[in-house]
Every structure is written in structure tokens, then in C-alpha cells.
Design a protein around this ligand. Structure first.
Ligand code: 1AL
Ligand code: ZN
Ligand code: ZN
Length: 504
């Protein structure tokens, strides 16, 4: 064989090999940002016997390409691995939409010693959350102007392991200034958030009904919601100012300082304000969302009635109101301090019923950690400790474990944690496994037992949480954000490729 013939054969073999491997390599490389994903493929199939789709839980294969769900095929066996598309067989694990948490305080920029974009979103990814919406307070500056909003988005860039959107803040300083609110919404705030009581943060003041009314006029135009911390301080007869530490350590003391009447009063006003928000003939009117409902008595009845009479109101509650009760909180254990407070067992059980019956629209964590010192754990002073519970990473196993005891189905859980929160935040490509949506997916084992604190890595900045020691069911195996495998079995992708979500 002469040398030119040899060369020809060699080239022929090389081309042949390349044509066999090219599709495989192109699948591996095209459009993949180095480090964003633990999986070196952009086109792949996820298969399991339990895929949660809007049509129910079924044995199916979900095809993902370029960050989107491109097909869902109901089938009882693993798809064949091809050169074009990689296949991951998750067996009996559950494949469902990634969770969307509309109430998280990530506290960056400014209070990164409390939490931060990196630690908060790593915890989210490990907990099966693929989208977070950050609250406008506890960061410095608070997100109450276009400038502060832009600063927050800049601070988030390159530091997110899941996608993060932002609520803007409605405070007395901007509430009556239509231009300022317009600018904040045009900068990309997904909606606004306000407090009807002191927020615990000096530069985030409380709003009254007039502030809220004015803001709703603009929000209605943008079709974005107003989220409200619905508590209004009520005069009380036995208000004592000189309590000693033994009294301040008692949970019952704290509970008495924030009775259900605070929630009731705020909710009454919100319902009244929401009555006529069809400004300038707008068809849908403004949307008020009540955050972290604790009172399942009169407050809940008021919300039910308002909804029945057509008010555009929605409501969330949080895992801590569903898991804990006042009866079990030891005096001095300020890990449980939050506002509104965790109430009694009866209240908790009524919340479960409302969730199951569809009167509570969604779940959120209200993850609001602080530096450990501010929890005053040694003094155990309930009146002076920081109010806020750290819990972001545990939402799925907690609500699944306790939800099962209360007869909550997996499909309902997914609606509460993914579908409805995504809708509230205006994220129509997220929250469900349907063709065309972002491939935001959690794969988890609902039967696997875990114990918080024991062989269980907590990614929050601080591990202080009232969930320590809890035995739960449900462990996250893998989390995908827009097709990137951002977390798997204790490892995160090396690069933070979550994106800031801006309203358009
Ligand atoms: N400044 C806060 O983060 N407050 C939060 N604190 C709680 N819930 O105890 C909240 O959402 O109200
Ligand atoms: Zn609040
Ligand atoms: Zn909050």
C-alpha cells in the first residue's frame, strides 16, 4: 500500500469515526456553559415511574433540550440511549416541577452575615427549589427604588445557583410617588411588598390603607401583585412595659403580644381596599396577596368570604405554622420566634384543613434568618430576639411528611409549592412539567428517611433552625434549573448559573 493510499484510508476512518461521534459530542458541547451543570449534556431524557404532570402521576420520559422541556412521552420502560440524547433512569423516584418560593429574605446586598445569594440559593437547590423570589427588606439598601433594585440585580449576578426574581418594596416614602413606583416596576420588580406593622427594619416603614390604595392603582396597570404582611397592632388592656426577663422568656408572653386580632384587622382593611380596584375600567383589577397567614380562625373566614364574593385576593401559609404549635415551644427557645406567631394546635389543624380544601393558595418558606447573635438564644428573650425562621432547604420534606399525615396528595403539594407560586410571580414558563416550559425539575425520593442535623448538610449561612432533630421523609436527589443539573446528591455545579428574573 503506497503512502497516499494509506493517508486516504486514515482520513476515511477519521471521517467515519467523527460522523459516529459527532452527534454525541455536539450534544455534549453546544450551548453548555462550562461549570453550570453537573451533567455534560444539553439534550437528554429523564425517566421515572412517577413523573408528576398536570395530567397526573405517570410512568414517563421527559425530554429536555436547550434548557426546555421538549416532549413528555408516557411509557413504561426507559427510553433507549442514543448517540443524540443521553438518558437518566431515576427508577421509582419522583420527577416533579422544581419548587418556587415566593417569600425568601436573602438579605444581600448589605446583610450578608445573615444570609446571601450564594448560601441561600445553594440551600434552595439542595432542597429542590428552582426559583426564589426575594423580599425587598433586610438587604441594604432595601429594594424601594429603581437605583436600589438595580444594585440588587447587580449584586446577584454570578452568585445564583437557582433563578431569583425580586419583589420591590412599598414604603411611605415611595407610596404616593407614582413616578418612583413606575420606575421600580419598569426596572423589573415582579410586584410590591409592604408591611402594615413595624417590619423590624428601620428603613422599611409600615404602610396604611391610603398608601396601599395608591399603589394598587399602578400595580393594576402592570398586572402585578401587592404582597402584604397583614398584621396591624391593636391596643391591648394588659400592655406592660416593665416585664422582667423571666416573663420575656415565656412563649406565652410573646403570643399574647401578637393576637389574631392583629391579622384580622389588617385583612379586613385589605379586603375593603381590594373592593374597587377596577381603575380606569381595568378588567381584572388589582391583586392582593396575603403573606404568611397564621390565624386560621376569623382571618381565614374573612379571606374565604372575600374570595367567594369575587375579590382578587390570594393567601400563603408557611411550613412552621403547619408543623409546630405554641404548646410545644419551650420558654426561651427563640428559634421559633416569627411574626405572626405560631399559634395553638387547634389553629394548626384548621390551617391544614384550609390547605386541603383549597382555601389557602400556596406555601412559602418566609425564610428570614439573622446572625445567630440576634436570636438571643442564651438570654431566650422572646420580646427582643429577631423575628424570623430559617427553613428554606427543608420545605419539601417537611410539608410532604406532615402533609401525608393530613391526607395531602403529592399533586396538591406540587400545586401549592410550584404551580400557584409561579403564577403569582408571573412566571408562566415555570411551575409545571409541560412541553415548552423551562426544564426546572426536582427528582426526589419521598420514601427516604432523613434527620435534619444528622448526616444532613445544611447550606444556609447559619444552621440555627427549629427543625433540627426532625425525622422526615423525602430526600432530594437531583435539581435541574433550565436544564442545568445544579445539584445532585450533596454536590452543586461549580458555577452559579441561575439568572435574575426581571418582569418585562
Ligand atoms: N424583616 C423580616 O424579615 N421579617 C419577617 N419576619 C418574620 N416573619 O418573623 C417577615 O416576613 O415579616
Ligand atoms: Zn412578614
Ligand atoms: Zn418575610
Amino acid at each position: 500500500m503506497n503512502s497516499s493510499l494509506l493517508l486516504g484510508v486514515a482520513i476515511g476512518i477519521a471521517i467515519g469515526c467523527a460522523s459516529i461521534f459527532l452527534p454525541y459530542f455536539s450534544d455534549r458541547n453546544q450551548g453548555l456553559n462550562e461549570g453550570c451543570s453537573l451533567l455534560p449534556h444539553r439534550h437528554f431524557w429523564l425517566y421515572s415511574k412517577r413523573v408528576l404532570t398536570p395530567g397526573g402521576i405517570m410512568s414517563a420520559a421527559v425530554e429536555i433540550n436547550g434548557g426546555h422541556i421538549v416532549s413528555i412521552v408516557h411509557q413504561n420502560k426507559t427510553p433507549k440511549q442514543t448517540k443524540r440524547a443521553h438518558v437518566i433512569d431515576y427508577g421509582n423516584a419522583v420527577i416533579m416541577p422544581g419548587l418556587v418560593d415566593v417569600h425568601v429574605h436573602l438579605n444581600e446586598p448589605g446583610r450578608v452575615e445573615w444570609e446571601g445569594f450564594v448560601t441561600g440559593t445553594k440551600a434552595a437547590a439542595a432542597g429542590g427549589f428552582t426559583t426564589l423570589i426575594d423580599m425587598p427588606l433586610n438587604s441594604v439598601p432595601t429594594t424601594t427604588s429603581k437605583e436600589a433594585f438595580d444594585m440588587k440585580v447587580d449584586a446577584a449576578k454570578g452568585r445564583l445557583f437557582v433563578d431569583v426574581g425580586f419583589w420591590g418594596g412599598l414604603v411611605p416614602e415611595n407610596a404616593l410617588n407614582n413616578t418612583a413606583i413606575d420606575e421600580l416596576l419598569q426596572a423589573g420588580a415582579l410586584g410590591l411588598k409592604s408591611f402594615m406593622c413595624p417590619s423590624g427594619i428601620n428603613d422599611f416603614g409600615q404602610t396604611n390603607a391610603s398608601h396601599i390604595k395608591e399603589a394598587l392603582r399602578i400595580l393594576a396597570k402592570y398586572q402585578r401583585p401587592l404582597l402584604v404582611h397583614a398584621e396591624i397592632p391593636q391596643p391591648s388592656e394588659d400592655e406592660k412595659t416593665d416585664m422582667d426577663i423571666s416573663e420575656r422568656r415565656m412563649y406565652s408572653t410573646y403570643l399574647r403580644t401578637r393576637p389574631p386580632s392583629w391579622e384580622e384587622e389588617a385583612i379586613k382593611i385589605l379586603i375593603a381596599v381590594s373592593k374597587d380596584t377596577h381603575f380606569d375600567g381595568s378588567k381584572d383589577g388589582a391583586h392582593i396577596h396575603i403573606v404568611h397567614l397564621s390565624d386560621s380562625s376569623v382571618s381565614l373566614d374573612l379571606i374565604k368570604e372575600a374570595k367567594e364574593s369575587g375579590a382578587r385576593i390570594s393567601v400563603e401559609t408557611c411550613p412552621h405554622y403547619l408543623v409546630f404549635s405554641a404548646e410545644e415551644i419551650s420558654d426561651g427557645d427563640t428559634r421559633f420566634k416569627c411574626a405572626p406567631p405560631i399559634r395553638d394546635v387547634l389553629n394548626r389543624e384548621r390551617l391544614w384543613k384550609a390547605l386541603k380544601d383549597g382555601h389557602i393558595d400556596m406555601l412559602s418558606s418566609d425564610h428570614s434568618p439573622s446572625s445567630p447573635a440576634l436570636k438571643l438564644l442564651e438570654a431566650g428573650d422572646f420580646l427582643r430576639a429577631w423575628g424570623g425562621i430559617s427553613s428554606l432547604q427543608f420545605g419539601l420534606p417537611v410539608t410532604w411528611s406532615y402533609g401525608q399525615q393530613h391526607g395531602l396528595q403529592l399533586e396538591q403539594l406540587s400545586e401549592l409549592w410550584s404551580q400557584r407560586p409561579a403564577k403569582l410571580a408571573g412566571q408562566h414558563k415555570k411551575g409545571t412539567i409541560v412541553t415548552g416550559n423551562d426544564a426546572d425539575i426536582v427528582v426526589w425520593d419521598p420514601e427516604n428517611e432523613i434527620q435534619i442535623g444528622e448526616n444532613y448538610t445544611i447550606y444556609h449561612k447559619h444552621p440555627i433552625t427549629p427543625y433540627t432533630g426532625k425525622h422526615l421523609f423525602g430526600s432530594v436527589i437531583t435539581t435541574f434549573v433550565r436544564g442545568n443539573m445544579v445539584y445532585e446528591n450533596g454536590s452543586h455545579a461549580s458555577t452559579a448559573c441561575g439568572v435574575p428574573i426581571l418582569a418585562v
